[in-house]
Ligand binder design. Structure first.
Ligand SMILES: [Zn+2]
Length: 327
């Protein structure tokens, strides 16, 4: 009979918890009952109110006090879907709640038997009767479902982010652009050195492009030598790869996914070269390359910033997994 009554009111607390779920809050709900009538209800609203004290039980106690116009909630029962924490159990003691009824235990913050036993603490001037395990399964399932959803969402977000931004766009573009700095600058340096007529003059494609080839080869050799000397797995120039990194990228599908980026960075290099051959001078091409390098530096820190934001979000979600340690 008594248990049946408790289940009846706990169902209302669960309704509050479901409301919290819909509001993307950790789904905990509570009601305060007096003389068989609900006089206060509340659900967790920590995120919405940006308030660490906005627990379901506090909300329910506050609204009950408002209804009866008194902070003394004598002869009142507090129903909560999850074991109240130290703050909420303390608030129940201070408001002289008669009985606390809760659903599932909370091994991390529970203060009604799990880590503290505030309601029955003999040194306090008021003691509360505690009934636990009422609709425990339903209360716990709701929490577990919530964190499953959070994890699913986070995984979707993270994997989408990693594939789209980091691997496919940012890294190839960054390395691609770096290549567009190294190669044109080194090539132009070589051309400038070999072309005795001066850098301001138009190049002769037939003869001067040979220098281009030799300069590219020199860059490749130097890059390879540096990579071997410093025992680097990945070469500095993205187009030059060790056998392992080549196989790795091939297996991950990096090549096919970032084809557009390589094509784009290649197009920039060719554009710079054509611009020069069409009569541009050394300085303007140097500026073109330099400015595109500077512009890209603005994108890169923002990428680093985004990464940090996502890591912080993940950490927050992890900290919210307060019931997961039980499972
Ligand atoms: Zn609490």
């Amino acid at each position: 009979m008594v248990i049946c009554d408790h289940s009846h009111f706990m169902e209302y607390a669960l309704r509050e918890a479901r409301t919290a779920f819909d509001e993307l809050e950790i789904p905990i709900g509570a009601v305060v009952v007096k003389d068989g009538r609900i006089i206060g209800r509340g659900h967790n609203r920590m995120e919405m109110l940006k308030d660490a004290t906005a627990h379901a039980e506090i909300m329910a106690i506050t609204s009950a006090a408002e209804i009866i116009g008194d902070w003394r909630l004598e002869d009142c029962l507090l129903y909560s879907t999850i074991e109240p924490c130290a703050m909420c159990a303390g608030a129940a003691v201070l408001s002289r709640i008669k009985t606390i009824v809760y659903g599932a235990k909370d091994s991390r913050f529970g203060a009604c038997g799990s880590i503290f036993e505030i309601p029955t603490e003999k040194r306090l001037n008021h003691r509360i009767e505690v009934i636990s395990g009422v609709m425990e399964k339903e209360s716990l399932e709701l929490i577990q479902l919530f964190f499953q959803e959070i994890r699913k969402k986070r995984r979707r977000k993270m994997s989408k982010y990693k594939v789209d931004i980091n691997r496919i766009l940012i890294r190839p573009l960054y390395y691609g652009l770096l290549m567009n700095i190294f190669v044109p600058v080194l090539v132009l340096g070589a051309v400038y050195y070999f072309d005795h007529s001066g850098a301001g003059d138009t190049l002769q494609p037939g003869g001067d492009l040979n220098y281009m080839f030799w300069a590219l080869l020199a860059v490749a050799i130097v890059d390879g030598v540096i990579a071997i000397a410093f025992k680097q797995k990945r070469f500095f120039m993205p187009m030059i790869r060790s056998q392992e990194t080549f196989a790795e990228d091939l297996a991950k599908g990096v090549f096919s996914e970032s084809l557009i980026c390589y094509a784009l960075s290649g197009a920039i290099a060719i554009y710079g070269l054509v611009f020069y051959l069409m009569g541009g001078n050394f300085l303007s091409l140097f500026l073109f390359v330099f400015i595109s390098f500077i512009a890209f530096q603005f994108v890169r820190p923002r990428y680093g910033f985004l990464e940090k934001v996502l890591a912080a979000q993940e950490k927050m979600a992890d900290e919210g997994r307060f019931l997961q340690s039980r499972n």
